[in-house]
Design a protein around this ligand. Structure first.
Ligand code: PLP
Length: 396
């Protein structure tokens, strides 16, 4: 079709291709795992998925999803308050709350939706929202939807900036401090003990998006709050079921009974959109139970991540420091990061390159992500490919 819109979009797409920043989707023909079958590439090592605990194709998780589908069908064909809630959704919400250390939780079809539900629902016309400048896009969009009285964007993890923002608020004004738990593009952690203390001093509410921390951080995978020793002290936690907890899709808000009840009454993604498919509710529930049964997965993930970070250093790379399973290597220009990841893929190693606008201009990177499913020999093979590509492209 040759309409003015199509012509304009064609030009935009051509510009992306010319800049080397056009994203191609790779087609997988096998389940997610340490090694996948990729169309046109054959067998590929995966170092770019959020399958942190290796549960995406775990037999118990798969079986639970199948049983959920067989027992409950595809879904209720409507939103929960109109057509009802399946029992496993309630069990999942109870067990998610227990996992992250809150009274209650409420699920959504994604963490994107969870953020867009809770931040606007807790924002009154008088509210000030204080947000870390590197927060995830879903938080940024949720704040835009919230229409607070004022936004304070503080520099990344700058506690003086946060304190100054809190001090600039009027007495009695509602204040929401919103932060990623693990910053998805940097891999570093929010300074949660200080954030919680500052919030307490100023009567502010803390909202942590722990999408990359749930199942990953803390001794038993209960998240960044467990890791930082503030379990039960964060007012609101949002997280995803689309990463460590099975990896299908879905998200949740965990908080007090009252917050979850208000969200059930008022949040638009809950009132006007269907709930999780039973397949996903049942497989995510089983993923939570596997995590509880096998907390050693979390320790192994940490060991693997530490080992790979050091091994990259030994081979001359300079990954960002961190305690989690996200290991970014900053490369500079977007086109170079994409070239680097394409060359790695030609070597059968899948590591995604990220550039502007996902990360600031000039800080494009490849982001390595660890999974307990990766064995030492997978990692050695990947390191050899990194070294070959690094030398070829003049990085080493
Ligand atoms: N929050 C953070 C920090 C994320 O990294 C992501 C996913 O990339 C999301 C939210 C969105 O999660 P979901 O895929 O469940 O919408």
């Amino acid at each position: 079709m040759d309409t003015p819109l199509v012509e304009a979009l064609d030009q935009e797409l051509d510009a992306l291709r010319a800049a080397g920043t056009y994203k191609r989707f790779n087609t997988l023909t096998s389940p997610q795992g340490p090694v996948v079958q990729m169309e046109g590439r054959g067998e590929v090592l995966v170092l770019s998925s959020n399958n942190y605990l290796g549960l995406a194709a775990h037999p118990d998780v798969v079986r639970a999803g199948i049983e959920g589908l067989e027992r409950y069908g595809a879904g209720t064909a409507s939103v929960r308050f109109i057509c009802g809630t399946f029992e496993p959704h309630l069990t999942l919400e109870r067990e998610l709350a227990e996992l992250v250390g809150t009274e209650a939780s409420l699920t959504y079809v994604s963490c994107w939706n969870a953020n867009e539900a809770v931040i606007p629902s807790l924002t009154t016309p008088e509210t000030v929202i204080l947000s870390d400048e590197l927060n995830h896009a879903s938080i940024i969009d949720a704040i835009r939807l919230s229409k607070p009285k004022r936004k304070v964007l503080y520099k990344h993890s700058d506690m003086d900036g946060l304190r100054a923002g809190l001090e600039s608020c009027e007495p009695g004004q509602r204040k929401l401090v919103v932060t990623d738990g693990v910053f998805s593009m940097e891999g570093d952690l929010a300074r949660l003990p200080e954030i919680v203390e500052l919030a307490r001093e100023h009567g502010a509410i803390v909202i942590v998006d722990d999408s990359h921390g749930t199942g990953v951080m803390g001794e038993t995978g209960r998240g960044v709050a467990e890791h930082c020793g503030v379990l039960g002290e964060v007012d609101v936690i949002t997280s995803t079921l689309g990463k460590a907890l099975g990896g299908a899709a879905g998200g949740f808000v965990a908080s007090s009974e009252e917050v979850c009840d208000i969200l059930a009454q008022r949040s638009r993604p809950q009132l006007f959109s269907n709930g999780l498919p039973p397949t996903v509710a049942c497989s995510a529930l089983e993923a939570v139970r596997v995590l509880r049964r096998e907390p050693e997965r979390v320790a192994r993930l940490r060991e693997t991540s530490d080992w790979f970070r050091s091994a990259l250093h030994e081979r001359g790379f300079n990954p960002l420091d961190g305690e989690g399973a996200i290991i970014p290597i900053i490369l500079g220009e977007t086109a170079f990061a994409i070239r680097f990841s394409e060359r790695l893929l030609e070597e059968h190693v899948f590591v995604t390159g990220f550039g502007f606008p996902v990360v600031p201009e000039g800080t494009a990177r490849v982001r390595v992500q660890m999974s307990v499913a990766l064995e030492r020999e997978h990692l050695e093979t990947a390191l050899e490919a990194f070294e070959r590509v690094g030398r070829e492209l003049g990085l080493l």
